[in-house]
Ligand binder design. Sequence first.
Ligand code: PMP
Length: 352
Amino acid sequence: MSRYLNSRYAEMEAYVPGEQPRDKKYIKLNTNESPFPPSRSVLEAIDRAVIEDLRLYCDPTCRALREKLGEIYSVSPDCVYLAGGSDDILNFAFMAFGEKGSVYPAISYGFYSVFAALHGSAAEEIPLEDDLSIDPSKYYGKNKLVVIANPNAPTGLLLGLDAIEQIVVSNPDGVVVIDEAYIDFGGESALPLIEKYDNLLVVRTYSKSRSMAGARLGFAFGSPELIADLEKLKYSTNPYNVNAMTQAVGLAALCEDDYYMQNCRTIIENREYTATELRRLGFTVTDSKTNFVFAKTDKMSGAELYRRLREEGILVRHFSTPEICEYNRITVGTLDDMKATVSAIKKILELE
Ligand code: PMP
């Protein structure tokens, strides 16, 4: 750290992204990416015209994407916001709505605490229940920025729409952000509630179900006023935060949504296969509604299993937080990836 860094950031701990190792080829199950490539339309979207247009600034309003997302999700384009990944949207949400403080589960997406610190939002972290679930009533009446990943990460557990609605209703003076990064893998979206509640922001991403983590594209739904607030901050930082190539591929992907939704069904099948196999081996596996499984065994520590899998060329995610340090989060890949993972676990635990 230099002596010039703004003292506000001196003590702040930055987010640590999952490993992207280059030392050898791994079965990479550590950052919840899709094992499937983007659709054909995406492969063809970056044509000569898009490249030639790179000399121009991109459309800061992302008009075409807003209209297409509006059409697909049956909302007005005024209710749609786009940014560089859902991380970018969450950052703006903490910046815009976190002034009175923010509330989120103590075990959830690690970026929430970083954004709270970055924007000076006093954070209240609410512990999970013993079974790792979220008790919605603990979020009632906070009237601050409430942020819930639904399904939650890394537990994979889903809250029903009624529970989400109760949280929104009971916080009329605070914005409730529902981070639906994994909603396409078996959850019910809170999107229909945005018409009823002007304090609800539903955040989505192309990174998981739409196979485009590297393009950095996220979208959110909320009242036109909430969206205008986010736009104001975007125009005060980087109006061009969704570059022209990403806008082109993002639009192309939406023309082949059936392909992505079929991939989600395959991932759900592979998830259930993996969960069943691991339970057969004596693992405790949460009832994940995401594209990962969260599992622990009493035969080996979480850290050791992570290390041994890595030696076998399989990369999963381990968190050292005490409440979940016995678990590993395993992204659901192809069926072959999951069979290889189950075999490696049997070998490591000498269960064959
Ligand atoms: N929310 C949750 C719960 C996540 O797990 C992630 C991905 N790590 C994100 C948001 C951010 O995703 P992205 O910025 O790629 O859209």
